[in-house]
Design a protein around this ligand. Structure first.
Ligand code: ADP
Length: 712
């Protein structure tokens, strides 16, 4: 007989598990180095960086007892599944203690995207009530929908059979199918095709093994992919409940945190140790291994990719065989000139020259490792069509990371995951290795050469505020690993820093999700309009100029407008639609109405724009690129965007051999660097598509220099 359990009873059963998941989300938020939780920061952040949608959209209210009486928490979950609003009412709290803490607690809930917040010292009772009420509200907001289920008998864990559960992940539903016998999980299959490639997809790939070995749903989420992990765990719980399981019977299989002091020490030897497995680190590791060197690649996250995964546009390169085959006129000199002009003449011209000169060879190398970038188009700040991207229009970063990973596997490169480099080993001015901390051990890695490829510091609020205080609290688009560790480690051994205050805002960031909307959308023909429905800038000017123009508009935001034809040609747009950040309508007028814009004005803007495309002339703002197709195929789409922190242009000083330069202007022997951790290549503003050139070209040069240094 089936025992009916009410939704309420069911929730009581899973509330602990949901709370555990909330803790995981909270931990990730801390790892990301989220800003000090001020009201302003919370306002600006709304939903913190790269939180993938965790909850069902809607409004959820719960209350708990505080100091003077009930404290009510109302959480609003937006279309993307993130918490967009946290209202707390605690009328009976002491005004200047608990009452005063309420705005801060509300900001903390938004920032942590979970109920697991630090709280406000001195207001512990109010804090406790807010946490309790928020936990209950989030339990309601979770997507489990089981209302009745049978129960396993006696000591049995399950009623044998095959069961499937599903829950909302980032890109769509994640399903988990389990085969269970009376006392064991015999197999698990996870399906989450829509999860972010090389982020959530890793959780889909890896959690099955964790579930099997733990024989429990009480497992750790994959750091950096907590929403997909959460969806998997919830789907699993749903399947278990269907299988008659009592969720409270499963063991706690969360990995215990081992204190640093308790970890055993291990010493490893290698030729080259590379710190950070983003694009630059993986390029360097592949190249150095191909050159016959023994390599250790350290990565502090449980997966490779870093910010590179998030690169959506392509790779700038000049005089490539693809350009020639497509009849595109371009020169290395023009690439250099565009890069330096875009970088406000702050770039190191020698580095720019080397990058441009080696860019076509970089494209050839990518061909050779089965990662061709044959599609060539325009992007902001480029005179000619120069940005090279994958044939099928997919995001360049995830595409390259997949190819690099495959190559690393093929070459059997030793990638040490979850292992954070903490210090460079300095032997009287020569770098001879790295100290690192793994989950279960501390490592001393002795090496002939070290390559720093730790990426930028765009996710480190403290460093952002240190170097550019006016950006305090700005929405971030970086990966959680972009915390500037390499800059700090290099500085400690005497490296010079250049342009460290040059931090790029990306002009098209959806603010609720921190989702960066690729420049490719504008490159393929989208326009930007303000709330009045009017264009206000040449959309393909450099990122800093377009960002500044948006900030000068009323409300400091704009709408990116495109049509079905553009959507069909650009795969990246599918994600924007699937996560619900687009507004869609069958006519331009209807779209305007949905956006609260005057329909006649937006219709006139689009009609005029289509005429400019036909004439190949934009008399309003002088746009000359991204005008191959007009906006005339319904349905029409809009994404509300504003600037967000994107790339940190400054960093460790290098020369054209990728040697790290000291404050005394001399190379530091044994230390090389490439990618976003370095400064000088992009000057005061990076052109879209040049980060990938940077990682491929300087990743290669760093590896060649390190190999040569090892052989000396
Ligand atoms: P780039 O574009 O320059 O390659 P990415 O951001 O793509 O930079 O990659 C940098 C990588 O370095 C990320 O995967 C990040 O997690 C990793 N990383 C950052 N700091 C450390 C550290 N201290 N130890 C190991 N890996 C690190």
């Amino acid at each position: 007989m089936k025992d009916a359990i009410t939704k309420k009873e069911f929730w009581r059963g899973v509330i602990a598990a949901v709370a555990a998941f909330a803790i995981l989300l909270g931990l990730e938020a801390i790892e990301r180095g989220l800003p000090e939780r001020t009201d302003a920061a919370a306002e600006a952040m709304s939903v913190s960086a790269d939180i993938e949608g965790a909850y069902q959209p809607g409004t959820y209210t719960a209350s708990a007892n505080g100091f003077g009486g009930p404290v009510e928490v109302t959480l609003t979950v937006g279309e993307n599944g993130g918490i967009t609003k946290a209202d707390i009412v605690g009328a009976s709290e002491t005004p200047d203690v608990g009452g005063a803490a309420i705005p801060d607690l509300s900001a903390q809930l938004l920032s942590a995207q979970s109920a697991e917040i630090d709280g406000v010292s001195g207001a512990s009772l109010t804090t406790g009530a807010v946490k309790e009420a928020a936990t209950a509200a989030l339990a309601e907001a979770s997507s489990l929908e089981v209302v009745s289920a049978p129960k396993a008998e006696g000591d049995n864990l399950f009623i044998p059979g095959t069961y499937t559960g599903s829950s909302k992940g980032f890109g769509g539903d994640v399903t988990v199918t389990v085969n269970v016998s009376e006392k064991a999980i015999d197999s698990v299959e996870i399906n989450g095709d829509h999860e972010t490639e090389n982020i959530g997809s890793f959780a889909v790939e890896m959690l099955g093994d964790r579930i099997m070995s733990a024989q429990s749903p009480n497992i750790d989420a994959l750091t950096g992919a907590t929403v997909t992990s959460g969806a998997i765990i919830r789907a699993l719980q749903q399947a278990f409940t269907e299988a008659g399981a009592d969720l409270s019977k499963f063991p706690d299989a969360h990995e215990p945190e081992i204190d640093t002091a308790d970890k055993p020490e291990e010493t490893l030897e290698t030729d080259i140790v590379i710190i950070g497995a983003g694009g630059a680190g993986m390029t360097a590791a592949i190249r150095a291994t191909q050159a016959g060197k023994d390599v250790i690649l350290l990565e502090k996250m449980p997966y490779v990719g870093g910010n590179t995964t998030k690169a959506t546009g392509g790779m700038n390169a000049a005089e490539t065989h693809y350009q020639k085959e497509q009849g595109i006129q371009d020169t290395i000199q023009q690439f250099i000139d565009d890069t330096i002009k875009g970088g406000h003449n702050l770039n190191d011209p020698d580095l720019v020259k080397v990058m441009a000169e080696n860019s076509a060879a970089g494209i050839d190398w990518l061909d050779s490792i089965d990662a061709p970038l044959p599609k060539v188009s325009f992007s902001g700040g480029a005179t000619n069509a120069r940005i090279h991207s994958p044939e099928d229009g997919s995001g360049v970063g995830a595409y390259l990371v997949t190819a690099f990973r495959k190559k690393l596997d093929e070459l059997k490169v030793n990638v040490m995951y979850d292992t954070k480099a903490t210090e460079l080993i300095d032997d009287h001015g020569t770098i001879v290795g790295v100290k690192a901390e793994g989950k279960t051990a501390l490592y001393t890695i002795n090496a002939k050469a070290v390559i720093l490829t730790t990426g930028g510091f765009g996710s480190n609020e403290e460093m952002i505020v240190k170097y550019k205080p006016e950006l305090k609290g700005t929405v971030k688009t970086g990966s959680p690993g972009a915390t500037g560790d390499g800059i700090v480690m290099a500085e400690a051994v005497g490296a010079a820093l250049v342009d460290i205050d040059q931090i790029q805002l990306h002009p098209t960031v959806e603010q609720n999700t921190s989702m960066l909307i690729t420049e490719g959308v504008r490159g393929d023909g989208a326009i930007l309009v303000n709330q009045s429905g009017k264009r206000f800038i040449d959309e393909l000017l450099t990122r800093d100029v377009v960002s500044a123009a948006e900030l000068a508009e009323e409300g400091s935001y704009a709408y990116l407008i495109f049509d079905q034809h553009l959507r069909d040609g650009l795969k990246a747009t599918e994600k924007y639609v699937s996560i619900g950040i687009t507004t869609q309508a069958d006519t331009v007028e209807e779209l305007a109405e949905k956006l609260g814009i005057d329909p006649a004005t937006l219709a006139e803007t689009v009609t005029n724009w289509n005429k400019y495309v036909a004439d190949k002339k934009d008399p309003d703002f002088g746009r000359t690129t991204g005008m191959e197709a007009d906006l005339s195929e319904a349905p029409y789409y809009a994404i509300k965007i504003a600037p967000g922190i994107h790339h940190t242009m400054g960093g460790v000083k290098i020369d054209t051999e990728a040697e790290v330069i000291s404050t005394e202007n001399k190379p530091i022997p044994g230390l090389f660097a490439a990618g976003e951790v370095t400064g000088g290549v992009h000057g005061g503003n990076r052109i879209g598509g040049t980060a990938v050139t940077d990682i491929v070209v300087f990743g290669t040069i760093a590896s060649e220099s390190a190999v040569e240094y090892c052989d000396k």
